[in-house]
Design a protein around this ligand. Sequence first.
Ligand code: ZN
Length: 312
Amino acid sequence: MNLLNFISQYPDEASCKAKWKEYREQQGVVCPKCGSTEHYWKSDKENFECKRCKYRQSLRSNTVMHGSQLPFRYWFIAIHLLTSTKKTFSALELKRQLGHSTYNPIWAMLHKLRLAMGKRDAEYDLKEIIELDEGFFSTEMEEKEKSKPLKRGRGSQKKTKVLVMAESIPIEGETTKRGKPRKVGHIKMFVINDLKASTIDTKVIEHVDKEAVIDSDNSTSYTNLKILVKEHRPKVIKKEDVGKVLPWVHIAISNAKRMLLNTFHDIQPEYLQSYLNEFCYMFNRRYFGEKKFDRLLIAGISYKNEFRYNIK
Ligand SMILES: [Zn+2]
């Protein structure tokens, strides 16, 4: 969707609310009190009223907009900008674009959207053949770490560990200098605190199909993978060959680093996951074209879906 289409489809607050309501009804409004899915729409209060227990919830309740005071149109503009451009936006830039006076609500909006992206991607397992490796991303040191004497030449940056996995399917064709050609599917990236086998195992159990095959180096962090999936094929990989053996993981890592460098300064380690959620979400939907806008609206509506699953 280009900017002109966006402006004509969503010219005002009412048009955004109407779309949000339409998608909420399509996804199913659930009563947080009794779990009923039958509601009346109270247009005067803009509330859904539970037919069974009369509990009322607003249009924003239990979605990514829960508790937000920002206009619906801000959310729609943010979703439009994130899904229609090849770049991402810092909260500062979005604040300027919106002409909003305060920074924090805009920052919170972007982070909630990134959280919604992460939750949506977490619903899918990686399948078939998967490349797996770690990347090290530069982040800011915490204040307490800064007080420690630094080694010469090192700034106040540290490296945050990220587990990266990419579906990577061999395709027919001749072997090139870069090795056998492979096609990339979905990717996932997770900030991890350490490289212990148990840490890696947990992520693989949660996010990889049991029938998958994993390619990686022969690090001791991966000793249990053979039990967790159909096949683990650890290889001794020389540093200069890593791009040949695990091509997509390393292309993804360098693209993610470039995105971060171009847009953000001083990334705090605790927020790195949020930016990686966005990078993976957009990468995984790179062929969705104009559908990306509506898909992110829907991801925002089903944001609290863990709460839905708890309902009997
Ligand atoms: Zn109810």
